[in-house]
Design a protein. Sequence first.
Lengths: 430, 174
Amino acid sequence: MGKTIAEKIFDAHLVDRPFNAVNVLRLDRVFCHEITTPTAIQDLKARGKDRVFDPDKIKAVIDHVTPAKDAKTAMQGKVLRDWARRHGIIDFFDIGRNGVCHALFPEKGFVRPGFVIIMGDSHTCTHGAFGAFAAGVGTTDLEVGILKGVCAFKQPDTLKIEITGTLRPGVFAKDVILEVIRRITVNGATNQVIEFCGPVVDAMSMEARMTLSNMAVEAGATSGICRPDAVTVDYLWPFIKDEYPGREAALADFSRFLPDEDAVYAGHTIIDVTDLVPLTTFGYKPDNVRPVSDMAGTRVDQVYIGSCTNGRIEDLRVAAQVVKGGKISDTVRAIVSPATPKVFSRALEEGLIQDFMEAGFCVTNPTCGACLGMSNGVLASGEVAAATTNRNFNGRMGKGGMVHLMSPATAAATALAGTITNSPLYTDPV
Amino acid sequence: MTTFSGTALCLDRADINTDEIIPARYLTEIEKNVLGPHLMEDLELAGFDPKTDLAGIGVLVTRNNFGCGSSREHAPWALEANGIRVVIAESFARIFYQNMFNCGMLAVTLDPADIDRIFQVAVTSPLHISADVDTEEVTVSAGTETWTISFSLTGFEKALVQAGGWVEYADRNY
Ligand code: SF4
């Protein structure tokens, strides 16, 4: 019987199957940030187990609230920082070198096809874009990961989502994933792994694939995996060039994890995106999705461009292209948060930061910031945001605030208009 | 031998969610013990006063779907910080249930009729309950009455409780 990507990764990492349906896997990476890791660290200490399985496989960053905004967040950062030093965790990214975890770690080359990765964060699924099995876990699993480099998972039942057709100009990966979630709903892939495939995914850049995989969890999925291919190899090449004689060899190696022809899937959904239009959300669930044109005219108080979903250089380029030469509406506050220092400096070099500032945007340091409503742009009760983030839950960006999720192009156009609107990059078919 | 026992408290309501077990405002705490005094402080239930009724309690008995809502592990931690290591209910929310075993604690599912009987005797007499993980039996004592009810666990659940949770289990075995 053929196997899916996730099954092949599981086979390659199986350490133990102590009980039925309990697969204990060896971890290639444990990623850590300052919100969820300190609790794990303190508990390990309390148990007399303040150890790490391998400091080189643990990567840590302060990203959610940075620079610290108060005594409590300062302490969270301190616990993580002290722990990283104590255990010789070299890849620890503090202020000045830090950025949103799911943008920073791939950019550093820490993710490879076939890897098993955990982190105490829901959007760990982002790293599936590289053909890895990456899952968000709770504190106890994180503790075990840090301590022993293993994690237990149930069988990876896989939902195959095939994206066919061709995307129209002005329609992006963000619109595709919103359409996927609209179709299958927020429970559509609960406890399953999504395998994204099809010509549209094949044609996507790694950054676009990360946007796709990032929101797999919003459909309930444990992980959202894209098939590793030449695009993956090209992205990773600077990091792996000493490990392989050439790109073909790397591709051949990564192809071990490609699904078999006769792999067995729990489900198979085909979505033709040829007629897909730019989308946005209207309620408090990520499957409350509608065409932007249906929401046109909805007033917003704040526009936020950033996050692990859409805060990368390609996102900033598209948004800057829309705002360049224009001015944001007087009724709107607009914030752009480049997801990493590298994204920030590239945006500076390319003049994008200038474009944003001239249009009236506030440019923040790389951080999760407003995405989780803890700092850098929290909404007041009753306010409305247009955001390139991934969660529109009630109060997500501030108690009593409303969030409409959308692509960077739509968010940029909305900043100029002051109300939700399609970007000029998109034109309705005649 | 793994046995948990203690004075039991009955919470006569279904769907007690994790927000009622430990309010979201305490999720930023990084020390588990800090959660202790806040256990169920927002739970509104006739005749229940979190300030006094939780003292000395080791076992909770409740209705359907206990632990629903957000999947925070702070819920079992807040129970544990109060010395409550067993929850007996008609049913549990799936993630809360798994979190209990991961923390080395015991979640016991019993038939509604068995739960009813426990609630009935608890009206008149203080309740003492012990749960034996090895024999998969709960022993209930109230006044002059004592009776035993069996429950079932999977092999992994049993192993987790016996080891003292997933951290201890993994540290020993891997
Ligand atoms: S950017 Fe938002 S969704 Fe992404 S890791 Fe940060 S808080 Fe979470």
